[in-house]
Design a protein around this ligand. Structure first.
Ligand code: F6P
Length: 326
């Protein structure tokens, strides 16, 4: 393939802390290698509308510590249509963009794969989502920061829960996956977690609550992933209230607070590593792959694979959560 002279970079789907660190790494690695960088604003929407701006090194100064994404983001319905993708191709050609780095999750890579099946412009993906639900990478950018946000919030709730002897159902994000609930559950000493990967055994939950009640546990925190089949924290709290009239139950939905904030050191570092790896992959003639991190090594996973395969939660962590709640 001819040498890449200009690359585009965009963020798409839900924003995640550390996306800015990835934009910075992509921009500076490209510039270091004499490649021009065009920032595409508002994700695929910006591609369709030609919302482009050249990124110079100074423009990505002072962003490594900032949450959100300076390029803005969107969940584009239009990019799912052939017309939207054709308009994007024409804009890329007009601007002289030879390749694109997309930072996002499953939906972002599904769009990228479709586009690259139709048009001959290489796309490389960087995993950026707080959900950590992408096959082919141990961690996604934003996951660690979201975990830390959750544990800070849950620790505060624990104070009031034990002061009042209350049972709290706390809903965390994760529309299809329980990574956030599981890891933060361990970190906060949650009494139980409800996640989409495991069917909720109401009988078990009842028995557990009853035994805790008898042991006079001063508080109970149950983390519920928003995608759990119970229907979320309010729904499960209502069910439990019916069974245990004596329980003093409260519900907190943490919501979008989990998506914001300054990225942790961990997220800044993996975003930098993955950003560099994405540009290097392009210079190495790679295309239609996600750069991921497995066992601390950079890996290249075809879009097809990361989209098709389901990443499972760590079953050992589930056992650990149980052991630690005797
Ligand atoms: O994909 C990340 C995520 O934060 C999910 O956990 C959540 O379900 C979803 O985005 C919320 O998306 P939106 O902000 O578009 O409502």
């Amino acid at each position: 393939m001819a040498k890449i002279k200009t690359i585009g970079v965009l963020t798409s789907g839900g924003d995640a802390p550390g996306m800015n660190a990835a934009i910075r790494a992509v921009t500076r690695t490209a510039i270091y290698n004499n490649i021009k960088v065009i920032g595409i604003r508002h994700g695929y929407e910006g591609l369709i509308r030609g919302n482009f701006q050249q990124l110079k090194s100074y423009m990505v100064s002072d962003i490594i510590q900032k949450g959100g994404t300076i390029l803005k983001t969107a969940r584009s319905e239009e990019f799912k249509t052939p017309t939207g993708r054709k308009a994007s191709f024409q804009n890329l050609k007009k601007e002289g963009i030879d390749a694109v780095v997309v930072i996002g999750g499953d939906g972002t890579f599904t769009g990228a794969r479709k586009f690259t099946e139709e048009f001959d412009i290489p796309f490389i993906g960087i995993p950026g989502t707080i959900d950590n639900d992408l096959y082919g990478t141990d961690y996604t950018i934003g996951y660690d920061t979201a975990l830390n946000t959750i544990i800070q919030a849950v620790d505060k709730i624990r104070d009031t829960a034990s002061s009042h002897n209350r049972l709290f159902f706390i809903e965390v994000m994760g529309k299809d996956a329980g990574f956030l609930a599981l890891r933060s559950g361990i970190a906060c000493g949650a009494e139980a977690i409800l996640i989409p990967e495991i069917e909720t055994d109401s009988q078990n939950l009842r028995e557990y609550l009853e035994s805790g009640y008898k042991r006079k546990k001063s508080s109970n925190i149950i983390l519920v992933a928003e995608g759990d089949e119970s229907g979320g924290a309010y729904a499960i709290a209502k069910q439990v209230k019916n069974d245990f009239k004596d329980y003093d139950i409260r519900v907190t939905v943490l919501g979008h607070i989990q998506r914001g904030g300054s990225p942790t050191a961990f997220d800044r570092v993996i975003a930098s590593e993955l950003g560099v790896a994405a540009v290097e992959a392009l210079m190495d003639d790679q295309q239609s792959i996600m750069v991921g991190m497995m066992n601390r090594e950079i890996v290249h996973i075809p879009f097809n694979k990361t989209i098709k395969h389901h990443k499972d939660v760590n079953r050992r962590l589930l056992e650990i959560l149980d052991f630690l709640n005797v």
